[in-house]
Design a protein around this ligand. Structure first.
Ligand code: SF4
Length: 128
């Protein structure tokens, strides 16, 4: 018999932090609903918030970095992506200076943690 649970939490897909009920079956998310008792969304969630299931389980979700090539996008390993980005950033800074590099962290899942990582990353750049 499947173990069913409901975890009360907040959607992290944007800054509204809507209250949600995440329904699990044997540890897998099977449904995401708005929390009826959450004061600011009162049981409602938007299409983005309800897309959490696709983000977790859709067979065509992006699971590796994608690199644009002449023949379209191709999957590459994370290590390769990081190396190539670092090389390009170094080249830009060498040619145009430190202010030529900026970061937009986005507003996706885990944005609060992303902000911390971005702060550390930017502060780690050598600002001579
Ligand atoms: S349900 Fe929609 S509006 Fe609410 S936090 Fe998630 S993405 Fe934002």
């Amino acid at each position: 018999m499947a173990i069913q649970e409901v975890k009360k939490t907040s959607c992290r897909m944007c800054g509204m932090l809507c209250g949600i009920d995440v329904h699990l079956e044997d540890g897998c998310v099977v449904e995401i609903k708005g929390n009826e008792k959450a004061l600011h969304n009162r049981g409602r969630i938007c299409i983005k918030g309800s897309s959490g299931l696709s983000q977790l389980y859709h067979p065509q979700r992006i699971t590796k970095p994608l690199k644009r090539t002449e023949n379209g996008f191709v999957e590459i390993e994370l290590e390769q992506a990081m190396d190539e980005i670092a090389e390009k950033m170094k080249a830009l800074r060498t040619e145009y200076g430190n202010d030529s590099v900026g970061v937009w962290k986005g507003e996706g899942t885990g944005f609060a943690q992303q902000e911390e990582v971005v702060h550390r990353f930017i502060l780690s750049l050598d600002h001579k």
